[in-house]
Design a binder for this molecule. Structure first.
Ligand SMILES: NC(=O)c1ccc[n+]([C@@H]2O[C@H](COP(=O)([O-])OP(=O)(O)OC[C@H]3O[C@@H](n4cnc5c(N)ncnc54)[C@H](OP(=O)(O)O)[C@@H]3O)[C@@H](O)[C@H]2O)c1
Length: 333
């Protein structure tokens, strides 16, 4: 496993982090706690020391499972625990909206600490920018939590460069968590260079593009219940076939040139991008994360990067981004 410093926080993190959204069940068709605990234990055994969750993942369920797994296996001291606040939801869990107010963040951090069974959150992130709350209020609230010792690092997620500028006028910023993978590169132009210039660590999400780049996805796969891929435009035909065609060609390229599969290629590609710190790999079973060391000991050169771009351009003629995941703002009033 590769490790790196995390901004100027003094924390050292593995360059692969475990993403636990699916472990919360919500928007992933449910969860199995016992398998999830095994996955968390297994990830740490493989050298992964950053675990990312959020209050909204299962409306507390993912955080609770992470907390129980760390406690059961005595792992808290071995991991850098990252979570997020600043979203709110309806009682029946069908509506989610952005709410990064001081009041909400102060209450949420206490709920997260309790569910995670810890006295301090290593990285606390504002999940989405909230257009209805002045960014100064959000930033001040985060700085207060930091000064009070409830969090070790201040993070944001899905913030563009101007939102980060406004935030940093008020408070220090140690990390940003944007979407980034072989098929979703929008943040590569401005957000990653900005973070690199300003010493802000990046925890990028969707490394496997919601399983599309796992090498196991196929056109007959059916998604249970509320699984977000039922509404993900990449997983709808005829686009689905284009993306799967690119994955098959990338897999062949990976096997020929590096003796690995497309999943390893997708992760290595991320880690080789300038300004990139940690790639989140979402997994809910131990077998999904069993070969986390696939990234070790090799790099992609310029010829390989160009060949990868050509493969994607050839197959994906109607690309689409990850915008469908963005939660709405609060309704005015
Ligand atoms: N800040 C944000 O707004 C935001 C948004 C999205 C995600 N995130 C974070 O980023 C993390 C990762 O993103 P993600 O979970 O959306 O997507 P991801 O890492 O691209 O994909 C995760 C899914 O891929 C499948 N998968 C993983 N490993 C596999 C393997 N070895 N073989 C076959 N399938 C495999 C699993 O789906 P199945 O089990 O269904 O097959 C898994 O749930 C999240 O868990 C969360 O922590 C943050």
């Amino acid at each position: 496993m590769e490790y790196t410093e995390f901004s100027d926080t003094g924390l050292t993190v593995s360059r692969i982090g475990l993403g636990t959204w699916a472990i919360g069940g919500w928007m992933w068709g449910g969860t199995d706690e016992s398998e999830a605990v095994d996955a968390i234990r297994h990830a740490v055994d493989r050298g992964i020391n950053l675990i990312d969750t959020a209050a909204v993942y299962g409306m507390g369920h993912s955080e609770s499972i992470v907390g129980r797994a760390l406690q059961r296996h005595g792992l808290r001291d071995q991991v850098v625990l990252a979570t997020k606040g600043g979203l709110n939801w309806s009682e029946d869990h069908t509506q989610v909206w952005r709410e990064a107010t001081r009041e909400r963040l102060e209450r949420e951090v206490e709920d997260s600490l309790r569910r995670l069974g810890t006295e301090v959150i290593d990285v606390y992130q504002v999940h989405w920018p909230d257009p209805q709350t002045p960014v100064e209020e959000t930033a001040r609230a985060m700085e207060s939590l930091y000064r009070a010792g409830k969090i070790r690092a201040i993070g944001v997620s899905n913030f563009d460069t101007s939102a980060m500028d406004a935030f940093r006028e008020v408070a220090p910023l140690h990390a940003n968590q944007p979407p980034y993978n072989l098929f979703e590169r929008e943040v590569g132009d401005q957000v990653l260079p900005y973070c690199r210039r300003n010493g802000i660590a990046t925890i990028t999400y969707g490394a496997l593009c919601r399983g599309m780049l796992s090498g196991r996805m196929h056109s007959e796969r059916r998604f249970d219940g509320d699984d977000l891929r039922n509404n993900d435009p990449k997983f709808q035909q005829p686009r689905f076939a284009q993306y799967l065609g690119a994955v098959a060609a990338l897999d062949a390229f990976a096997r020929t040139h590096y003796g690995c599969d497309v999943k390893a290629l997708a992760l290595r590609w991320l880690l080789d991008q300038p300004g990139h710190t940690v790639a989140l790999w979402g997994a809910r079973r131990a077998d999904q994360i069993s070969d986390a060391d696939v990234i070790d000991g090799w790099r992609l050169d310029d010829d390989a990067l160009a060949a990868i771009d050509a493969i994607i351009a050839e197959h994906v003629t109607d690309p689409v981004g990850p915008e469908f995941m963005a939660p709405p703002a609060r309704e005015a009033g």
